[in-house]
Design a protein around this ligand. Structure first.
Ligand SMILES: C[S@@+](CC[C@H](N)C(=O)[O-])C[C@H]1O[C@@H](n2cnc3c(N)ncnc32)[C@H](O)[C@@H]1O
Length: 166
């Protein structure tokens, strides 16, 4: 079931170029299934909790294209990835704010927003971060990064949750 949920994004990720980051990977979903689906692409599992990173590290022996980074999305170097994916990371507007700075101009963020898709609030956040909602279907939203990350982003740790942009 979890695997099915992750695999739903495969056609969307396939269309994008460049390395993939799974933001807030937790137990490894969707990053590990994506790494198995795209063996020629580097997949980074970015996770804020060290204990979870230790678990995720075990998978790197089986999947050579996988790497694990312990850290918070707001504290990473900007625009390193072609595509950022995030499932159950945070309230969707917050997830969008955390993911878009990680993506190169022309790349995309793919968010699992669930059935009660909050597409309007995600779209409002995307505009603030030089992004634009391109598609929303089946509980997934694709946000295109249309320009460089605007000055002032990412906001300092805690702000996206404390004062959501939308
Ligand atoms: C509810 S879990 C979801 C895990 C997995 N994506 C899934 O769908 O099962 C959210 C994860 O995001 C991590 N997380 C929360 N805020 C984060 C941030 N700012 N940067 C990186 N990871 C974060 C948490 O530590 C947690 O492991």
């Amino acid at each position: 079931m979890l695997l099915d949920d992750a695999v739903r994004a495969v056609p969307l990720v396939e269309r994008e170029r460049g390395p993939i980051v799974d933001v807030g990977s937790g137990g490894g979903t969707p990053g590990i299934p994506l790494a198995a689906s795209f063996p020629a692409r580097e997949v980074t599992l970015l996770e804020a909790e060290r204990r979870k990173c230790a678990f995720l590290e075990r998978w790197t022996a089986e999947l050579p294209n996988l790497r694990v980074v312990w850290g918070r999305a707001e504290e990473q170097p900007l625009e390193q990835f072609g595509v950022a994916v995030a499932k159950a990371l945070a309230h969707p507007p917050t997830a969008a704010e955390w993911c878009l700075p990680l993506v190169r101009v022309g790349g995309a963020a793919v968010l699992w927003v669930g059935p009660s898709a909050e597409v309007d609030s995600v779209a409002a956040v995307a505009v603030r971060l030089a992004g634009s909602v391109e598609a929303a279907a089946d509980g997934l939203v694709v946000i295109r990064k249309t320009g460089p990350t605007p000055p002032g982003f990412p906001r300092r740790v805690g702000m996206a949750r404390k004062r959501p942009l939308a």
